[in-house]
Design a protein around this ligand. Structure first.
Ligand SMILES: *[C@@H]1O[C@H](CO)[C@@H](O)[C@H](O)[C@H]1NC(C)=O
Ligand SMILES: *[C@@H]1O[C@H](CO)[C@@H](O)[C@H](O)[C@H]1NC(C)=O
Ligand SMILES: *[C@@H]1O[C@H](CO)[C@@H](O)[C@H](O)[C@H]1NC(C)=O
Ligand SMILES: *[C@@H]1O[C@H](CO)[C@@H](O)[C@H](O)[C@H]1NC(C)=O
Ligand SMILES: *[C@@H]1O[C@H](CO)[C@@H](O)[C@H](O)[C@H]1NC(C)=O
Ligand SMILES: *[C@@H]1O[C@H](CO)[C@@H](O)[C@H](O)[C@H]1NC(C)=O
Ligand SMILES: *[C@@H]1O[C@H](CO)[C@@H](O)[C@H](O)[C@H]1NC(C)=O
Ligand SMILES: *[C@@H]1O[C@H](CO)[C@@H](O)[C@H](O)[C@H]1NC(C)=O
Ligand SMILES: *[C@@H]1O[C@H](CO)[C@@H](O)[C@H](O)[C@H]1NC(C)=O
Ligand SMILES: *[C@@H]1O[C@H](CO)[C@@H](O)[C@H](O)[C@H]1NC(C)=O
Ligand SMILES: *[C@@H]1O[C@H](CO)[C@@H](O)[C@H](O)[C@H]1NC(C)=O
Length: 745
């Protein structure tokens, strides 16, 4: 099937929607949804699904949305009950909503303040009645909202501005799944659990700020409100490492960078860490869409980046652990926290504290207590990974939140909840690892999301064990804070590109978002709308889609341009004309020399694509760039090698192939789902297709000839910004095709 609708609302809007509504909500939903509707419930097909009672055959059409009216009384109101300390005002949320409407519908409604609803508008207001919206445990939640539509206006009433924001997501999604028309009627919606989101391992793999911000937009569209960033870690110390010297050489990262003298030298290099202003920007951008960054600085284990900086506090025998008994250890960690606490605009911070030596449980408890107390003095809540429960000798304050992950580390219900701790569920049923892992999968298990309750039904945050109900809490257990699905980068920077982390979540995370909110969309319903919704998610373009009139995105034929012309015409219907920076036209080709290049108005194209060109290099050259873009580059040679190399995230992926010198070769670079190919046809008609591969080295020591490795596919976006740079030779007939159907090369 082909879905070629980048700007869905722009297509003809028809009001045939009544049959689109689903009837019937399972009864248990009533447990945590305030009930101000009649006794018969319908639903709107959104993710999460919401209860909604349509009252007729009419609807409010997207193109009638001329105004966004903010209730004057609440224009500056903020939600103080959420996770963030920088909550946007109702007005700020309205502005982001306005941008989204512009991007999705192509119209710009006016924003104004007012006291009542008016025609052709969405009216945004608050209902501060604390018992109106309740969570799974029956507590008030500030994230609830009602949405009420007639054919002339829509009213979204939130428990707080954040509730209104989620209401705007419902509005946008409904317009997308319902052909641009919001059914008249009334819906009421609130999340069952207060924390819903993901964790990304940035310690073992750097991810650029832009990627994190785009991920927040994606999360927000599905009403996820937390992005937990694991900011330091190292490749793991396994039994194949023979010497401590080898352990010290493992890749490690610490991603916060500052000129503060106390932490001088701790951060990863500038290109792999965030400055304060970058981190501010990430937090603010995410907060604008209702997503809170929860930062984690992990110690006393997983701390090689810290011990490399201060070796004397390393634990002998395993330098990735801190020696808690060393007199400088606690002071060092307090100093690090003191430095970075002012950066963090959230109520909870994560101190890691997993997988420490089980010989040192008493020291561990004291350490965790002291750090948590230190953090509480700064007005924040501390969180640890579930480690050493009381039954194993752990003895730390119940004021610490516990993020459960492994059933062999703790039984979250019996060990923690029953002992008075609050628990976030990150059970490794939903752990994923980039590219390859001996145990964890690479994508979320959708079947498990829809069937993860051992007593029947979908997964929910109160389920710690998807096989044995004895280990699970009750639906309305108050000790469960929510659910975070973690993605790890165990094999370091070379195993995956940045965007592959997105693809690991892309297809199934919204399903989990439905379940952790409390929605009840069925798998069949989900499959019918998910692709449409992903493609409409505003504020991001993680799929790296390129707008195009048809399958040909660009087509550069140099014969049509004048020698030395400044503009190279794109012969496709898109007219993505390129600019020539110093290259010379040579008959039907373009001659590259010195540092000349062509520049297109595009940057990158996601899967699937075919970038085709004819090339005739003058000399064998290393470091010559054929194409470069925002996500990747294609080199005719890299380092000291003249082998064709694809680079992404500064990691090279080389083929055992060099272009013939002084002869024309037809080259097609193609992205097909998780794989990237290069097909060549040489002048003597020799044809071959090669695949770019990533060498995943579980042993992890760079250059150590790891005794174990696996070759895995790598998905690299097409580099589109520049053509040539440092390349010497001719190119001609450069075309880019969008391969929706994805024929294999
Ligand atoms: C608050 O909301 C609850 C539930 O909808 C309702 O029963 C109650 O009457 C409301 N209270 C006020 C003061 O409006
Ligand atoms: C930890 O530090 C203490 C104090 O410096 C030292 O006596 C001890 O040997 C260290 N232990 C290990 C295992 O590194
Ligand atoms: C736990 O720690 C508290 C104070 O930190 C102490 O009073 C108590 O004896 C400890 N309990 C155990 C079982 O070690
Ligand atoms: C996904 O979960 C289901 C249900 O537990 C299980 O049967 C299946 O094997 C899992 N799939 C994968 C790929 O792990
Ligand atoms: C289920 O969990 C309970 C409590 O942890 C345990 O006693 C029981 O043996 C488990 N049942 C199965 C079938 O594993
Ligand atoms: C691209 O070039 C063509 C041919 O020179 C010209 O007609 C067209 O206006 C240009 N388009 C843009 C967007 O510059
Ligand atoms: C950062 O720079 C170092 C040194 O040049 C390089 O090895 C590394 O790959 C770069 N990392 C990224 C993400 O660009
Ligand atoms: C380049 O490719 C050749 C095969 O054509 C291979 O023998 C060589 O190892 C490759 N060099 C690098 C650095 O990848
Ligand atoms: C390239 O060739 C080298 C040496 O022949 C070989 O070890 C390596 O596996 C090849 N790389 C790929 C990506 O095929
Ligand atoms: C340009 O390349 C395409 C394949 O990408 C081919 O179909 C077309 O015939 C070529 N045009 C010329 C003028 O060589
Ligand atoms: C990409 O191509 C693959 C393989 O042909 C196909 O299965 C997949 O649906 C295509 N993906 C897109 C986004 O078109």
């Amino acid at each position: 099937m082909r879905l070629n609708v980048p700007f869905l609302w722009a297509v003809t809007i028809s009001a045939v929607f009544a049959g689109e509504l689903f009837q019937g909500f399972p009864l248990f939903i009533d447990k945590f949804k305030s009930s101000d509707l009649g006794s018969e419930y319908g639903r709107i097909r959104t993710i999460p699904a919401i209860r909604f009672q349509a009252d007729g055959q009419s609807c409010f059409a997207a193109q009638d949305l001329e105004h966004i009216v903010i209730d004057k009384t609440f224009a500056c109101a903020k939600d103080k009950n959420g996770h963030t300390l920088i909550p946007p005002t109702l007005t700020e949320f309205a502005q982001t909503f306005q941008e989204d409407v512009g991007a999705l519908v192509g119209i710009q409604p006016q924003i104004s303040q007012g006291t009542e609803m008016q025609k052709k508008s969405v009216f945004l207001t608050l209902n501060k009645n604390g018992t109106h919206f309740l969570d799974a445990a029956g507590r008030p939640t500030s994230e609830g909202y009602t949405i009420d539509a007639t054919d002339s206006r829509i009213v979204i009433t939130g428990a707080s501005p954040l509730g209104v924001w989620w209401g705007t997501r419902t509005l946008l999604q409904t317009m997308v799944t319902n052909q641009g028309c919001f059914p008249t009627g009334r819906g009421s919606d609130a999340p069952g659990w207060g924390e819903r989101g993901v964790m990304l391992d940035l310690g073992r793999h750097y991810y650029p700020p832009e990627f994190l911000k785009e991920m927040c937009s994606f999360l927000s569209y599905f009403k996820q409100n937390v992005f937990h960033l694991h900011l330091n870690d190292n490749l793991f110390i396994n039994h194949e490492l023979q010497s401590e010297e080898e352990m010290w050489r493992l890749y490690s990262g610490f991603r916060l960078s500052t000129t503060s003298s106390f932490v001088n030298g701790l951060a990863s290099p500038a290109n792999e860490s965030y400055t304060r202003s970058q981190f501010e920007d990430i937090q603010h951008t995410c907060a604008q869409r209702g997503v809170t960054i929860i930062p984690e600085i992990n110690s006393p284990a997983h701390a090689l980046a810290i011990t490399k900086w201060k070796p004397k506090i390393a634990l002998r025998g395993d330098p990735s652990m801190l020696n808690i008994s060393h007199p400088d250890t606690l002071a060092t960690m307090k100093g690090i926290w003191q430095t970075f606490l002012p950066w963090f605009h959230c109520k909870t911070v994560h101190i890691g504290a997993d997988e420490y030596s089980d010989q040192l449980v008493a020291d561990y408890s004291k350490y965790v207590d002291e750090l948590a107390t230190f953090i509480s003095h700064a007005g924040k809540q501390a969180r640890i990974w579930g480690t050493f429960p009381p039954r194993e000798g752990g003895n730390y304050t119940k004021a610490i939140d516990v993020q459960h992950w492994a059933p062999y580390e703790d039984n979250p219900y019996f060990d923690f909840i029953q002992n008075g701790y609050q628990v976030v569920n990150s059970d490794f049923a939903f752990y994923i690892n980039t590219k390859w892992h001996g145990y964890f999968p690479q994508t979320l298990n959708k079947t498990l999301i829809f069937n993860g309750n051992p007593q029947g039904g979908p997964y929910r945050p109160f389920i710690f064990d998807t096989r044995n109900a004895t280990n699970n809490a009750l639906f309305d257990e108050a000790g469960i804070l929510g659910h975070i699905a973690a993605q790890w980068s165990d094999y370091g920077p070379s195993a995956s590109t940045y965007l592959e982390a997105y693809y690991s979540w892309r297809d199934s995370l919204p399903a989990l978002a439905d379940k952790t909110w409390g929605g009840d969309i069925s798998e069949q319903e989900y499959d019918a709308i998910i692709e449409m919704l992903i493609r409409s998610a505003p504020g991001q373009n993680l799929d790296r889609r390129v707008k195009s009139e048809n399958d040909v995105i660009f087509d550069y034929q140099f014969s049509l341009s004048q020698p030395g012309a400044k503009t190279i015409a794109d012969r496709s219907a898109n007219r993505y004309n390129a600019t020539n920076y110093g290259c010379i036209n040579h008959y039907e080709a373009v001659r590259f020399s010195n540092a000349c290049f062509l520049e297109t108005p595009l940057t990158s194209k996601g899967r699937n694509y075919s970038l085709s060109f004819w090339i005739k290099p003058d000399v064998s050259s290393d470091q010559a760039i054929l194409f470069s873009g925002s996500d990747s580059a294609l080199y005719s040679g890299y380092g000291s090698s003249s082998n064709i190399t694809m680079v992404s995230g500064n990691q090279p992926y080389s083929l055992n192939y060099s272009l013939p010198i002084g002869k024309w070769t037809h080259v097609v670079l193609s992205g097909r789902d998780k794989r990237t190919f290069l097909s060549v046809t040489e002048s003597d008609s020799t044809q071959r297709t090669m695949e770019f591969l990533a060498k995943v080295e579980p042993k992890g020591v760079p250059g150590s000839n790891g005794v174990m490795f696996v070759w895995m596919p790598i998905a690299v976006e097409a580099p589109l910004k520049r053509i040539g740079h440092g390349f010497s030779g001719l190119m001609k007939n450069i075309t880019l095709v969008d391969d929706h159907w994805g024929a294999w090369p």
